[in-house]
Design a protein around this ligand. Structure first.
Ligand code: GDP
Ligand code: IMO
Ligand code: MG
Length: 446
């Protein structure tokens, strides 16, 4: 048995949904540990596409328990819609559980997210406008509403009467917005409470019991390392901790419960929203990646910014997450390119910089130093083993593994489950040493 964290190694949308779904085959429990409905995780099974925002990507397996953990923020309206959509196509949510200590996104959170983005003007973050930042801000400010509060009608009434009064002052005086009617909001949320009540549990206890029973637990991250509140491109980040360390806090487990961490990265890079992105490319290549990769946001439909693979942030993600191995997704998108660039370092004010700079203003001045590799002129869609891949594609993967000093355990060549090369089973396979005695990565020597 192994307890495994799946995290995004870039700026989100790396294909975590696909990889979590794949690994869920071997998992008994899948836990979402942070984020909210800003996430959009896509799972494709045959001709059906599922877009999940809060429900863990293990939900398609009837016997897998799916837990929305304490570190998440829950917009009940969206969650109920998601439950209804799954039930409507006969996907049971009987095995879905919601943490009683997760925080709840309220209408004023969405309104403040929208209004503050507008106020920021050219300093905007480019949020998903789902109220994520304001919900986490209230959690820190200790004015948040938790799922457990929703379950207590009297307590909720008295808490919300005070809170909405306070938020109305902000909405009216700061943002010039109409006030909310406390009674309407209370009635709306009490309705959600009744729908969600059957799902609510003490999630950290449930996860602990699963661990004691030696069941396989998968922790599904949302967003990505570079969007982490503490370790990402602040302030152009989300308001939670997607990094592997966030799984312990968000799920309520100790670090000793974790066996492995798998990072998911695209074979190139995308970013949605504002903020520095050194390897971003406009023009023909940018269009190519966006069109071939269908790079439009799962949650907001926004066009994703596209660029070459950045091994500096890749290496950083390996370090920050203590990554054991990686899944490289969307390799097929690069099919047909004559040459492919990889950023191996940055040029910063005339010097070479090997490390990700934490200051976003400095990061914005970093210029990529590229190494160019030959592309491959054929489709990889039907490759099922590394030997099936064009030699240039295999060399490309080896190059990434060596640069990031991490084994590649999975290669994804399409959205569906079958378009995958499992190099090494990241849950049951042997946990290999990262480097040979002479420091060479051992990864792809299968
Ligand atoms: P997530 O947020 O990390 O789960 O990623 P998203 O679901 O937001 O975005 C990834 C997109 O790429 C989805 O539309 C997936 O169906 C798709 N996808 C995942 N893996 C592959 C792959 O290997 N090749 C291609 N072409 N598409 C993929
Ligand atoms: P998944 O889980 C990509 C980005 C937003 C914005 C910043 C802050 O699908 O990978 P927020 O609404 O969280 O306050 O926005 O974070 N962002 C994502 N980008 N994938 C996501 O989730 C994201 N969730 C938030 O675009 O730049
Ligand atoms: Mg996504």
């Amino acid at each position: 048995m192994a307890n495994v964290i799946v995290i995004g190694a870039q700026w989100g949308d790396e294909g975590k949904g696909k990889i979590t779904d794949l690994l869920s085959r071997s998992a008994d429990v899948v836990v979402r540990y942070q984020g909210g409905v800003n996430a959009g995780h896509t799972v494709v099974v045959k001709d059906k596409t599922f877009k999940l925002h809060l429900i863990p990507s293990g939900i398609l397996y009837p016997d897998t328990e799916c837990i929305i953990g304490s570190g998440t923020v829950i917009d009940p309206q969206v969650l109920i819609e998601e439950i209804d959509q799954l039930e409507a196509i006969a996907i049971s949510t009987d095995n879905l559980f919601i943490s009683q200590t997760a925080h709840v996104t309220m209408p004023y959170h969405r309104m403040i997210d929208n209004a503050s983005e507008e106020r920021r003007g050219s300093h905007k973050i480019g949020t998903t406008k789902r109220g994520i930042g304001p919900t986490y801000a209230d959690k820190s400010e200790r004015t948040g509403i938790r799922i457990i509060d929703l379950m207590d009608a009297e307590g909720l009434r008295s808490q919300l009467e005070w809170t909405i009064n306070y938020k109305n002052a902000i909405l009216e005086k700061l943002y010039d917005l109409p006030p909310l009617n406390p009674n309407e909001v209370i009635a709306e949320y009490l309705g959600y409470a009744e729908r969600l009540r059957p799902y609510v549990v003490d999630s950290s206890l449930k996860i602990y019991q699963a661990k004691q029973q030696r069941r396989n637990i998968l922790f599904e991250g949302a967003q990505g390392t570079l969007l982490d509140l503490d370790h990402g491109t602040y302030p152009y980040v989300t308001s939670s901790n997607p990094v592997a360390g966030g799984a312990c806090v968000g799920a309520g487990v100790g670090p000793t419960a974790i066996d492995r961490t798998i990072g998911v990265a695209k074979a190139y890079t995308t970013r949605v929203g504002e903020g520095p992105f050194p390897t971003e490319v406009d023009g023909e290549i940018g269009e190519f990646l966006c069109d071939r990769g269908a790079e439009f946001g799962t949650t907001t439909g926004r066009r994703r910014r596209c660029g070459w693979f950045d091994a500096v942030i890749g290496r950083y993600a390996v370090r920050i997450n203590g990554m054991d191995c990686m899944a490289i997704t969307k390799l097929d998108v690069l099919d047909g390119l004559e040459e492919i660039k990889v950023c191996v370092a940055y040029e910063l004010d005339g010097t070479t910089c090997q490390e990700f700079p934490s200051n976003s203003r400095i990061f914005a001045r970093c210029r990529p130093i590229y190494q160019t590799l030959p592309g491959w002129q054929r489709s990889t869609a039907d490759c099922r083993t590394l030997e099936d891949l064009p030699p240039q594609a295999l060399d490309y993967l080896k190059f990434l593994a060596e640069l990031m000093e991490v084994p590649i355990a999975i290669v994804s060549l399409g959205a569906s489950r079958d378009r995958t090369i499992i190099v090494e089973d990241p849950i049951h396979g042997p946990k290999r040493a990262l480097l040979d005695e002479d420091g060479t990565p051992v990864k792809l020597e299968i």
